[in-house]
Design a protein around this ligand. Sequence first.
Ligand SMILES: [Zn+2]
Length: 373
Amino acid sequence: MSKGIIRYILLGLCLIIILQALTQPALAETTVLKKGMSGKAVESLQDNLRSLGFFNHECTGYFGDITQEAVIFFQKYNCLSADGIAGKETLSLISKFIEENTVMVLKKGMSGEKVLNLQKDLRTLRLFNQEPTGYFGSVTHESVVKFQKNHNLTPDGYVQPATYIKLQRVIKETVKKTKIVIDPGHGGVDPGTQKNGVVEKEVNLDISKKLQALMNSGNYDTVLTRKNDVSLDSLSNNGDTRERRDLSARVNIISENKPELFVSIHVNSNPWNPDLSGSIVYYNDKIPKSKALAVSIQNALNNIPGYAGIRAKNSIRTENFYILRNSSIPGILVETAFITNKQENKLLKQKDFREKISKAIMEGIDEHVASNN
Ligand SMILES: [Zn+2]
């Protein structure tokens, strides 16, 4: 082909690309894109993730494993709940970055939560051997350069998506996954506590599933004691009452799976004192690691931002609950909020609140696991 023809072809291609960019529909704010979906909106998501550096494949319009992973990396990088589902928050942040032509980079001189998480990741790989501060100084710079050199990346100390994605992959490949059992309390014939349309067994299952999604996108293997609205008493012969057999089955699932730790999720109730609010984490003081775990999770739950004056900050407590008393594995039982408190009853109905509870429990577990390694 002559140079002239090639020039025309290139010009044509450029025009097509520009026209496509101009006519691309903006993502509707209410759309939720997740694994298994396909269509124009997914293609547009892939295209945007590619522009931002989080997606290095062909934009097929199909939301499969690769797209899910790209969404998870984008969410993690930006300190969002990394559930791999592109919901309102994720999509609007992507749109904002695209509109503002934001360059995705963490570098020397910056500070904040993103830097803090980066330092934690570097610490996981033993490339950063001090307390994460959230400030990107010389030490962080040097450890990023070291990581980049180890993995044939340009050793500039800039954490752009390419370096970040490599970092996440290396962590995934090299760090042993921590196994966790998540126990959504009650289920089936046993609704747990209920008030004003809030049913404990449903809240417990929802929070547990959200927690599982978050943990599976991190360095954890998770097992749920129940995935549906069922009671577990038919799984055990141990106990005189249905309730005992149900609890005994949960203890069996925990011990059979040999996890590092377990968390049992519940909702609190105190009809005599509707002023009581906040989360309370219970543990068995005969198992030393359980107390440390309880402290981390309680701390994270007490510090969920935005609930000052609504949710009390409580302390951890010891309690003789069946599941704590009969498990030899470190674990806690968390009463996430009071169904009997007017404001918390409303909160328990909100997806956003349940998500924040899950995220806080995950952060508490993360902190505990990191300080034990
Ligand atoms: Zn309960």
